[in-house]
Design a protein around this ligand. Structure first.
Ligand code: G6P
Length: 615
């Protein structure tokens, strides 16, 4: 949903902006642009394509000097990805220039009004409307940029994170946010503005995250002023010390971020339970849960809201929570929940799951749940993100920055956190036997080693990928705890290799998907030695008798499925409820290798973005 970067200070702005935009490309990568100011001229270069395309073009087109600049990497909402629609956008006078992440919903009436006053537009974007609205407001009363931005923003409906520059006030950048994230890095005689802190991590570890409806006037050698856009009140800036380090946001020798993140899973699962899981003492300590234990224990039900991969983690959690705690659970796509007038009671606990903590639909679902008086608990990865601030309490996943657009380590760490919560509630409610409870704790503690062992299937999976890389379709089947893993496996393949894939509960196959099976159809079956093993063996028989190609993810030592399947991938055994943490590993690797072999852009698949801040 677009990434923005701004710089004002003593360095050359161009390299800071370009490097920053590359780090933000996970947010969108269909076009990119930059504006630099060298004390005289505003120099613009923008293009359809990636930041690397912008680099090539900017070098040809403009002189790259200037210590002030703003840049943008786009995920198109208004207007197709092309050079003209790329940001930054100028106002008609050529004095104001803007980069914008978000959507101005009432852009049409605003545009009509501006046209009636003689404004003209080059692009199809809502952003060009906004910059001209600011100009119009500014001109009318001869205002300073900050005031004009404030008045203009009070007229718009929608979401935005913006950085605006005025060539007539060349020592300042004005930034504002509503619904889209914005961080300001504070260095010595320099400032950075960006959609997250990654563009400025090597320059400063001091950052301010703007809250919704706040704007900042950032001036060199002057104290920064942050105000509420609506009522103009001044806000005390809260400067945070960043925890992120450079190593976390670089590939460290891996070909792709996705592969690096797949391999980080043993370590990040441990990070997620560190300090929380005390297997020897039989304890789970999570502040967010302890402080709100009664809310969970008194809950009539738990509603889980999320999107994409996080929704799949929610489905796994549904199975785990109901089994461990006997609290009824419903899992909803946040986008459906927010618009379908759902029944939400004050005695419901709503758990919102989100890697980025910025997903617009999930945020809206949270707001709705709060309006109905429900207690809302967030499970987020990005510290300080909108969702983590909007929820009443929460638990971070501690997966570290996830940059590959296809989510991997976020999924397994979300399941880890949710399992910890379910176990803590089960121990408070006495809904698990003592022996089962301790077994889960111990299994969770050794899970990082088991995940590391599961990763050893990589070569085998790569060989299987070679065989099926050209398949037009693929079916994923699982039962029980592994049904959501089947959905997630199919989503991974779709997202990064563009092969059509579907996940199904194995028993549902006979109600439809079985019609698709022929000798061309690879079927990935999660066939763990667990509760419904015999049933899944029967499902495999059904596929085999229709000549489908079976890739089975089995428990190490399995012999029965080996006889039936075309390929078996063995992973370590564990308790049923924790098996998704292992079964998902070969599926992540399978989609990764197939995508690489098909020449797809693994970390930046077409049409997708990591953080979806529009509905
Ligand atoms: C996008 C991403 C997915 C992600 C989903 C939800 O679609 O491409 O990988 O699962 O958003 O994101 P969230 O940050 O809320 O988990």
């Amino acid at each position: 949903m677009c990434g923005i970067v701004g710089y004002i200070g003593h360095r050359e702005a161009y390299p800071v902006i370009i490097k920053g935009l590359k780090r933000l490309e996970y947010r969108g990568y269909d076009s990119a642009g930059v504006v630099l100011y060298d004390g005289n001229d505003l120099k613009l270069s923008k293009t359809k394509g990636k930041v690397s395309d912008l680099e090539a073009r900017a070098q040809e087109e403009i002189s790259l000097t200037g210590t002030i600049g703003i840049g943008h990497t786009r995920w198109a909402t208004h207007g197709v990805p092309n050079d003209v629609n790329s940001h930054p956008h100028f106002s008609n006078s050529g004095n104001l220039v803007i980069v914008h992440n978000g959507i101005i919903e009432n852009y049409e009436p605003l545009k009509k009004e501006l046209i009636s006053r003689g404004y003209t537009f080059k692009s199809d974007t809502d952003t060009e409307v906004l910059v001209n609205l600011i100009e119009d407001v500014k001109k009318k009363d001869n205002l300073k940029l900050g005031k004009a931005v404030q008045i203009a923003l009070n007229q718009v409906v929608g979401a935005y994170a913006i950085a605006v520059f005025d060539r007539e006030r060349p020592n300042e950048i004005v930034a504002a946010r509503l619904g889209s994230p914005l961080a300001i890095g504070i260095g010595k005689d320099e400032f950075f503005v960006a959609s997250d802190a990654s563009p400025f991590i090597e320059y400063t570890s001091n950052a301010i995250y703007l809250e919704d409806e706040e704007m900042a006037v950032i001036r060199l050698h002057k104290p920064m002023k942050i105000r509420k856009i609506k009522d103009d009140s001044l806000v005390d800036p809260y400067v945070q010390e960043l925890q992120m380090n450079l190593e976390q946001i670089e590939k460290n020798g891996y070909d792709h971020f996705m592969l690096k993140e797949i391999y980080e899973q043993p370590a990040v699962i441990k990070d997620t339970y560190r300090g929380r899981l005390h297997a020897n003492e039989g304890l789970i300590k999570m502040a967010g849960i302890e402080d709100n234990l009664q809310k969970f224990l008194n809950a009539d039900r738990i509603l889980i809201v999320a999107c994409g991969t996080s929704w799949h983690a929610g489905l796994v959690a549904e199975y785990i929570f109901e089994e461990f705690t006997r609290i009824p659970v419903e899992v909803e796509y946040a986008s459906e929940f927010r618009y379908r007038n759902p029944i939400i009671n004050a005695n419901d606990v709503v758990i919102a799951i989100s890697q980025s903590g910025e997903t617009a639909d999930t945020l809206a679902a949270i707001k709705l749940a709060k309006e109905h008086g429900a207690f809302v608990f967030g499970v987020c990865n990005v510290v300080g993100s909108s969702i983590s601030r909007e929820t009443h309490a929460g638990a971070y996943t501690h997966a570290g920055p996830e940059i590959g657009v296809a989510s991997t380590k976020a999924f397994t760490t979300q399941i880890t956190v949710l399992t910890l919560i379910a176990l803590r509630l089960a121990s408070a409610k006495g809904t698990l036997s003592n022996s089962a409870y301790h077994r889960y704790l111990q299994e969770l503690e050794i899970m990082p080693e088991k995940v590391a062992e599961a990763l050893e299937v990589n070569d085998k999976v790569q060989a299987i990928a070679e065989i099926y890389k050209d398949a037009p379709n693929c079916l994923y089947l699982g039962r029980g705890y592994n049904f959501p893993v089947a959905l997630e496996g199919a989503l991974k393949l779709k997202e990064i290799s563009y092969i059509h894939a579907e996940g199904y509960p194995a028993a549902e196959m006979k109600h439809g998907p079985i019609a698709l099976i022929d000798e061309q159809m690879p079927v990935v079956v999660i066939a763990q030695k667990q509760e419904h093993y015999d049933k899944i063996v029967s499902n495999i028989q059904e596929i085999k008798s229709r000549s489908g190609k079976i890739i089975a993810v089995v428990t190490s030592g399995d012999t029965q499925v080996r006889e039936l399947a075309d390929h078996v991938i063995e992973i370590p055994s564990t308790v049923d409820a924790l098996s998704p943490l292992l079964t998902t590993i070969p599926l992540q690797l399978l989609s990764y290798h197939i995508a690489v072999m098909r020449g797809c852009n693994v970390d930046q698949p077409r049409n997708l973005a990591k953080s979806v801040t529009v509905e």
